[in-house]
Structure formats: structure tokens, C-alpha cells
Design a protein around this ligand. Structure first.
Ligand code: IPE
Ligand code: IPE
Ligand code: MG
Length: 237
């Protein structure tokens, strides 16, 4: 199908506001948000999308109240343990990016086990950003190049040191909940992504909302610095 993004990245925002609107505790908003993930992955897979990267917990989110951080860590563990068999059955490869060493050790074990179990799944790759911050990821990549004694970094060498090594850059970034910012997400990788913002809160984000984003993407002309006539000529080749 033409103009289907190969890789979608999503900033899943608005769980707290969804909970407040419905008179529920914030943790319930996160739980309802996590419940949307499986259906969205399946919808992406059925539309031919090969990678989906979800921003689940940012480096800055460590600054939230302790009870909320603990609730999120529990929810992440529960998500992995309860969903991984289904991922295997549906061909979903799981991969985590971010400063994983900062997460509770049991969660790190669950991540490892889920990555191991789904390693040969090929239908879609689901990447979850945990304790993730784009600036730190870039610094880690720099340090890794320095440690290797690289004196003349190139974009290719640099990208190979990022957590996303081996993956194509996102074609489309979706952010829910009417916030218009990147919040330290995939700063390097989003260089040429198409951006899509929706007022919909993440727990309300469904297949229809996903299709609106994909439809919007399909109308964009990605010029990558060229002029329209060149892009059209390339398409005709
Ligand atoms: C996004 O929802 C989930 C995380 C950041 C973990 P929020 O918790 O940020 O929801 P709002 O922005 O308060 O509505
Ligand atoms: C970004 O959402 C992080 C995730 C969705 C996991 P936030 O709600 O934390 O972002 P800011 O702080 O409002 O920019
Ligand atoms: Mg938020």
C-alpha cells in the first residue's frame, strides 16, 4: 500500500487527564492507557506497519510522586508478564530502549525475558521507551564512540551507537492529548518524521484515531530538502 509509514512513534499522553475527567485516580488512567496498547499494535500490524515505538516512561517521569512511579513500574511488569505469550502468538517482537539499568531489577528481568521470548517474531517490532531521554541517549552514544577511539564520527557511525540501532527512523510521530512538544523523545531519530498531534487522550485512542493519523500522513509530501518536482519524478521511477 502506498504511503503507509514503516515506523510509527507514539507519545502516549493524557492518562492523568483522562482519569481526572472520569473521576478516577491517575493510576487507573495509566491502567486504561496500557489496555489500549495491544489493540493498537494489532491494528498497526494489520495495516502493514513494521515498527511501532511507544513512549511509556521518560527519564523526567522519575520526578513524579513516588506512588505514581511505583504504580507505573507495577503496571509495566504486569503488562509484560500478562501480554508476552500473546506477543509470541501474534508475531510481535518486543524491544526496550532507554536507561534500562535504572529500572527495578525485577522489571529488567521481565524485559530481558520478553525480548528473549519474542526474538524470532517478525510481523511487527514493538519498541517501548522506558526511563528514556533523548539527550542522554545521544550522550551515551557519544561516550561509546569515544571509548572506541572514533575520531571522525559520521551520522551512520553515530546512529549505530543509539538504542535504536538497526531500526529505521520513525516516519510518523503521533502525540495524543493536545500537547505540542517532543518531551525529549527520539531527538536524533525524529529528524525527518512527519508530526501529527491529536486532542484525543491516550486511553481513548482507538483504531479510528490511528487511521486519522495514517490518513494525514498519506497526504504529506516528504521532500527531504528537495523540491516537489524531484519527489514526483522519484515516485515515477
Ligand atoms: C502519559 O500520561 C503517561 C506517562 C507519562 C507515564 P500522563 O500521566 O502524562 O497524563 P497527563 O499528561 O497527566 O494527562
Ligand atoms: C511524555 O509525557 C512522556 C510519556 C508519554 C511517557 P509527559 O506527560 O511526561 O510530558 P510532559 O512532561 O508534559 O512534556
Ligand atoms: Mg502528560
Amino acid at each position: 500500500m502506498p504511503n503507509i509509514p514503516k515506523h510509527i512513534a507514539i507519545i502516549m499522553d493524557g492518562n492523568g487527564r483522562w482519569a481526572a475527567t472520569n473521576g478516577l485516580p491517575r493510576a487507573e488512567g495509566h491502567r486504561r492507557g496500557a489496555e489500549r496498547i495491544e489493540a493498537i499494535i494489532e491494528a498497526c500490524k494489520n495495516r502493514g506497519i513494521k515498527y511501532i515505538t511507544l513512549y511509556a516512561f521518560s527519564e523526567e517521569n522519575w520526578m513524579r510522586p513516588g506512588v505514581e512511579v511505583i504504580a507505573l513500574m507495577h503496571l509495566l511488569r504486569h503488562f509484560l508478564v500478562s501480554k508476552r505469550q500473546g506477543m509470541v502468538e501474534r508475531g510481535v517482537r518486543f524491544r526496550a530502549i532507554g536507561d534500562i539499568a535504572r529500572l527495578p531489577s525485577e522489571l529488567q528481568q521481565d524485559i530481558k525475558e520478553t525480548e528473549r521470548m519474542t526474538a524470532s517474531c517478525r510481523d511487527i517490532t514493538m519498541v517501548v521507551a522506558l526511563s528514556y531521554g533523548g539527550r542522554h541517549e545521544i550522550c551515551r552514544a557519544c561516550n561509546s564512540l569515544l571509548a572506541k577511539g572514533v575520531k571522525d564520527a559520521t551520522p551512520e557511525l553515530f546512529a549505530a551507537e543509539l538504542d535504536t540501532n538497526g531500526m529505521p527512523d520513525p516516519d510518523l510521530l503521533i502525540r495524543t492529548s493536545g500537547e505540542y512538544r517532543i518531551s525529549n523523545f527520539l531527538l536524533w531519530q525524529l529528524a525527518y518524521a512527519e508530526l501529527y498531534f491529536t486532542e484525543t487522550l491516550w486511553p481513548d485512542f482507538d483504531d479510528k484515531a490511528l487511521d486519522l493519523a495514517i490518513e494525514s500522513y498519506a497526504t504529506r509530501e516528504r521532500r527531504f530538502g528537495m523540491i516537489s518536482e524531484q519527489v514526483v519524478a522519484q515516485g515515477e521511477e
